[in-house]
Design a protein around this ligand. Structure first.
Ligand code: NAP
Length: 245
């Protein structure tokens, strides 16, 4: 049987790295995108290769149209096709709305929204030709309910929810599923700057009483990329410990 291939953006660390491990476990070839964390990406690629997974580590800034196109072409040359796209790369920033500079605003939009547009557009011709494909966009609970002092982040993540719903409608007739995972608060580098008091408050505000793990998000992402979710499209799955219900 021909192996399936997944492209995971931001797979060098955190949730993306956990996704790479889960898809490897499920027998996928992996296009492992990273930007600055080269050593982490290469170490992960080496670890997965040793277990028999074919991995193409690829440095690309997902906010750059040309770099995304080159990455997708390289993946298609190496593996023949891309069956699933996971748009996971992301950045965060805590700031008062009135202090956000135009550069910071545009960077947030380009790494989150432009990147999803570029990645989806680049993989779609192949998926449409084959009349099969899975796209999962990683948003956030803050894209669902909004976060104070993260207005640009919340706005960009909300845009991914709009992209998910509208693209799902457009691509349904081509048998391509587009879904969204909107995680709650997850134990990754993104939250490493939180002080212990804030961590305590956030955990207490979560009915399940703790932060989530990257694995718990990766399993949700994998579910939406697998055949088990073939009749699910345009949906937002939010593993958040009950933080947002
Ligand atoms: P993380 O540990 O900070 O990892 C971020 C990843 O994104 C890294 O692999 C990084 O790559 C990559 N990345 C950033 N900018 C990039 C760019 N321009 N081009 C390519 N790759 C880029 O974050 P995480 O917590 O795993 O977050 C993953 C996703 O989940 C993000 O979209 C985030 O917004 C979302 N999320 C996270 C949480 C949470 O609580 N952690 C909650 C909700 C949603 P390099 O290091 O190689 O540059």
């Amino acid at each position: 049987m021909v192996k399936k291939t997944v492209l995971i953006t931001g797979a060098s660390r955190g949730i993306g790295s956990a996704c790479a491990k889960v898809f490897a476990r499920e027998g996928y070839n992996i296009i492992l995108n990273f930007l600055s964390s080269e050593s982490e990406a290469l170490e992960l690629a080496g670890e997965l290769s040793k277990k028999g997974t074919e991995v193409l580590p690829f440095r690309a800034d997902v906010s750059d149209f040309k770099q995304v196109k080159e990455m997708v072409e390289a993946g298609q040359r190496r593996f023949g096709k891309i069956d699933a796209l996971i748009c996971n790369a992301g950045i965060s920033q805590q700031k008062l709305f009135t202090d956000i500079t135009p550069e910071e605003w545009h960077r947030m939009m380009s790494v989150t929204v432009d990147a999803a547009f570029y990645c989806c557009q680049a993989v779609l011709p192949g998926m449409i030709r084959r009349q099969k494909g899975k796209i999962v966009l990683v948003s956030s609970i803050w894209g669902m309910v909004g976060a104070s002092c993260e207005v640009h982040y919340s706005t960009a993540k909300a845009a991914l929810i709009g992209l998910t719903k509208s693209l799902a409608k457009e691509l349904g007739p081509s048998n391509i599923n587009v879904n969204c995972v909107a995680p709650g608060i997850i134990e990754t580098d993104m939250n490493s700057s939180l002080d212990s008091e804030t961590r305590e408050v956030l955990a207490q505000e979560t009915p399940l009483g703790r932060f989530g793990t990257p694995w718990e998000i990766a399993e949700a992402v994998y579910f939406l990329a697998s055949e088990k979710s073939d009749f699910i499209t345009g949906q937002i799955l939010s593993p958040n410990g009950g933080f947002v219900i």
